[in-house]
Design a protein around this ligand. Structure first.
Ligand SMILES: Cc1ncc(COP(=O)(O)O)c(C=O)c1O
Length: 409
């Protein structure tokens, strides 16, 4: 065959193959089969609607305190725009080691036991990817933050949801935890104060879980991003329990307590072997968290306490107002003890969580998230963020009242 014939033939073959090209057939089956986040799906409806009151987004309505923004501006002016070490700015790791010692009484070595991540979201993903082998099971108490189940699946693991219930104040019961453990169980992800329920677990509650963790030789990934947002006393970290520091990958970040969601700074604290493995994944995927955001995080930890406390006091006022109004409307609501979400039961209305949320949005333009977006055991509930102004909360309450009246309730 002549050279020109070969090239014509190759072109013909390429054309034929192109006509067969279906990009969808090249997707990973894990990703293809993964449902989109129940929160995002719902908020696609909100886009383009006017006059909506949003109780939907899980982020503070406050802007980041000015001195924190200013620290970032100065750093940019100084030309600090290059990469930081993979593990994060040493100054940030050092101040985190100091503040963790002060807050929790725990020592972490800034060289080997602290990793700065792009938000807690990245830290959760890294913790699973660094520890899970195909088929390993991870116990996921639900309702919970929407990323845990997909992150376990992306790591090749098998999520094992365990329901928590209103009657148990949405705490993980040792009996339910025990029942979910088998020979394939490798880890438990704990998340208190909890999104979406606002539940906390006391030291005594956690101690019962710790006993089973030791008995079954499990790793605990503890997402404590709402640790500073508690309303009835101080938060207990799982890592503070006797013997638990070495078994716990403790995750936290700046997003919620410092009103810094858009900056993308989180961190992981834990055993050097696990942190080293997480750092390996991080260095190949993220390289480092944003430099200027890390500078801002140093300022937030060093001088942000006053504003954090002021924001907390305001969330607490809103919490009490909102929960009492929901009760007045006949929607029983568990008293949230942490984070900034109320999780009223809508079971008495006869509607499912999705029906309630969709109809409330369409008829009264109030956006809230159906409870089942956080796991099956969230069915019958609605997640409402009270990280919004008191005026907006009261307007939302009026609209919910009109919606309930329209249902004949
Ligand atoms: C429990 C929990 N963990 C992690 C995150 C994500 O935090 P970050 O913004 O630091 O990625 C959220 C956000 O809603 C959350 O509720």
């Amino acid at each position: 065959m002549m050279k020109s014939d070969i090239s014509a033939n190759n072109k013909k073959l390429a054309m034929e193959k192109t006509s067969l090209w279906r990009p969808g057939s090249h997707l990973s089956s894990t990703v293809r089969d993964m449902p989109p986040s129940g929160i995002r799906k719902f908020f696609d409806i909100v886009v383009g609607m006017e006059d909506v009151i949003s109780l939907g987004v899980g982020e503070p309505d406050f802007a980041t305190p000015w001195h924190i923004r200013e620290a970032c501006i100065y750093s940019l002016e100084g030309g600090h725009t290059s990469y930081t070490p993979n593990k994060g700015l040493f100054e940030l790791r050092e101040i985190l080691a100091e503040s963790t010692k002060e807050d929790l009484g725990l020592d972490y070595d800034p060289e080997e036991e602290i990793l700065i991540t792009t938000g807690v979201s990245e830290a959760v993903d890294l913790a699973f990817r660094a520890t899970i082998n195909p088929g390993d099971e991870v116990i996921v108490p639900q309702p919970c933050y929407v990323a845990y189940v997909p992150d376990v699946l992306l790591a090749g693991g098998v999520p094992r949801p365990v329901a928590t219930r209103l009657s148990e104040e949405f705490k993980l019961r040792p009996e339910d935890f025990q029942d979910a453990i088998n020979e394939k169980t490798k880890a438990l992800i704990l998340s208190y104060p909890n999104n979406p329920t606002g539940a906390i677990m006391t030291r005594e509650d956690l101690e019962e879980i710790a006993d089973l963790v030791v008995e079954n030789d499990l790793l605990v990934i503890s997402d404590e991003v709402y640790d500073k947002l508690t309303y009835n006393g101080r938060h207990t970290s799982f890592a503070q329990l006797e013997g638990m520091q070495e078994r716990t990958v403790l995750l936290n970040g700046m997003s919620k307590s410092c009103a810094m969601t858009g900056w993308r700074v989180g961190y992981a604290l834990g055993d050097p072997a696990i942190l080293g493995a997480m750092t390996k994944v991080h260095q190949y995927t993220m390289l480092c968290a944003p430099t200027m955001a890390q500078v801002a995080a140093v300022e937030a930890i060093r001088r942000g306490e006053k504003e954090i406390k002021a924001m907390n006091r305001e969330y607490d006022r809103r919490r009490r107002l909102f929960v009492s109004e929901l009760e007045r409307l006949g929607l029983p609501c568990f008293e949230p003890k942490g984070a900034f979400y109320a999780f009223p039961s809508i079971e008495g209305t006869g509607l499912s969580s999705e029906e309630f949320a969709e109809q409330l949005l369409k008829e009264q333009k109030v956006a809230a998230v159906p409870g089942n977006a956080f796991g099956e055991s969230g069915e019958g509930f609605l997640r409402c963020s009270y990280a919004t102004s008191r005026e907006e909360i009261l307007e939302a309450v009026d609209r919910i009242e009109r919606f309930l009246a329209g249902l004949g309730l």
